[in-house]
Design a protein around this ligand. Structure first.
Ligand code: GLN
Length: 475
């Protein structure tokens, strides 16, 4: 048994009887235990995992089970898991045990996957470095002094360090793509509505979207196939057929000037070489413009903050979550529970979000941000009249040192290349495409709504021509 093996090869190993699902699970649990210092997991669910693996072995013995039967995975700790604490990396939910499974969790379990535990993240998915986690940051496996990215950092670390073959994540403004880039793994944020949000703890409901991390596009595609699809329990989930990979016929790939100009030299060289690889595969690189790109970060932080302030109002110390001791009255209970339960960044979002929604400021901030959002959407739709997909950087640089970005607005600017596709609800993927200073760099591919199939085809083709996704750190 080897870490960093593809899901297809693990499936073949299980089918041939080279190892049992139980052995495969134990192997990965041991790797998790040995890599404790990475802080990738908030909770490891060893007992449950072994029982699920035994059930997978019984299915194999009966000749049942599909491509994912017996394959280990980890869930971001934002997905509700029945009977297993789901904290969202917040003190507020440190003891919260959901009474039900998120649809994503239920579907992947129904496919026979074995959940090994819940991964670390930024508190309530607010952050780009994992540093807002109540449980301390996960660490980048390529350099433990550096951030793994956020908010789904623990999932990216777990896959990047070979602790699990694949993991779930969520992406509101970049939280799958940026940690995938920082940790050298493949990550897909599907089109808004492709994956059910039921049981996924809400941050910004018009932006939140579940997706997957894997070692390759092929693995991500396999996991997406089992998690996607309409869900009657989520009214914003789309009634669409399954994602189908298109042929990677010659396409036109747009390079938006606003994303490519101003990159530091070595990042620019690395990313341009990746784009040339797509050209070498027969695609045409076309210069395009997405003129409102600059406005994405401010619009995103107004909209996401506004939605967060409403979503997080439910944590009041009464129904569930952290509760302050011996309150004097109801107001005191609310005030002290929220003051102690939430961290600084979450409070900042609630305060700014409440401000931008308040009478007198609503038009100036919230409505204006919605108009900007529409412009950004239109930029993309116009571009997709000319090109089939867009290639861009994921982040302005490789993983930064933990503690290095200590100004909130500087941290928000990390999201300059990921928030536009989020505001437009588009599918976008991060592919390992090289190294700068020994740290992985990610190439972003963005597609029209519900054209995940096109991104997967391009991504597969890229990974057939390159071996960046096969590199891994020494753990
Ligand atoms: N970094 C962004 C934020 O802090 C995006 C987070 C996310 O996608 N969940 O809001």
């Amino acid at each position: 048994m080897q870490p960093f093996t593809s899901i297809a090869d693990l499936g073949r190993g299980l089918a041939r009887g080279d190892y049992s699902a139980r052995e495969l699970t134990s192997f990965h649990l041991e790797r998790i235990a040995a890599a404790d210092g990475l802080n990738a997991f908030i909770r490891v669910t060893e007992e449950r995992a072994l029982r699920a693996a035994e059930a997978a072995d019984r299915r194999i013995a009966r000749g049942e089970g599909g491509a994912l039967n017996g394959i280990p995975l980890a869930h971001k700790d934002i997905f509700c898991t029945e009977g297993v604490a789901t904290t969202c990396a917040s003190r507020m939910l440190a003891d919260f045990v959901p009474p039900y499974d998120a649809t994503v969790v239920a579907r992947l379990a129904a496919a026979g996957m074995v959940c090994l535990g819940k991964t670390n993240m930024d508190e309530f998915a607010m952050g780009s470095s994992n540093e807002t986690s109540w449980f301390g940051p996960a660490r980048n496996p390529w350099d433990r002094g550096r951030a793994p990215g956020g908010s789904s950092g623990g999932s990216a670390v777990a896959v990047g360090a070979g602790l699990v073959p694949c993991a779930t994540g969520t992406d509101t403004g970049g939280s799958i793509r940026q940690p995938a880039a920082f940790c050298g793994v493949t990550g897909l944020k599907p089109t808004y509505g492709r994956v059910s949000r039921y049981g996924m703890i809400a941050f910004a409901s018009s932006l939140d979207q579940g997706g997957a991390f894997g070692r390759s596009v092929e693995d991500v595609e396999t996991v997406l196939g089992a998690m996607e699809g309409h869900d009657p329990l989520d009214s914003t989930s789309a009634a669409r057929g399954p994602t189908r990979r298109n042929g990677a016929a010659r396409t036109r790939i747009g390079l938006p000037a606003e994303y490519w100009s101003g990159l530091p030299g070595d990042m620019g060289d690395c990313l341009l070489a990746a784009a040339k690889e797509l050209e070498g595969a027969g695609h045409a690189l076309v210069p395009i413009s997405l003129p409102h790109t600059d406005a994405a970060v401010p619009a995103y932080y107004v909209i996401a903050g506004a939605e967060a302030s409403a979503n997080l109002s439910r944590y009041d110390g009464v129904r569930f979550g952290f509760r302050a001791e011996e309150p004097k009255d109801l107001d005191d209970l609310y005030r002290r529970s929220r003051a102690a339960g939430f961290g600084t960044e979450v409070k900042r979002r609630i305060l700014t979000g409440t401000y931008t929604l308040s009478v007198g400021y609503y038009d100036a901030y919230y409505l204006k941000a919605q108009r900007v959002r529409r412009r950004i959407q239109q930029d993309f739709l116009q571009a997709f009249d000319e090109v089939d997909a867009i290639a861009a950087p994921v982040a302005p640089g490789p993983a930064f040192e933990l503690g290095a970005v200590d100004d909130p607005v500087a941290m928000y600017r990390q999201d300059v290349f990921t928030t536009p596709a989020s505001l437009a609800g588009l599918p976008a993927m991060s592919l390992p495409c090289g190294f700068v200073g020994g740290l992985p760099v990610g190439l972003q591919l963005i597609g029209p709504p519900f054209e995940e199939g096109r991104l997967l085809a391009l991504g597969r083709q890229f990974q057939q021509r390159t071996d960046w996704h096969l590199r891994h750190p020494e753990v």
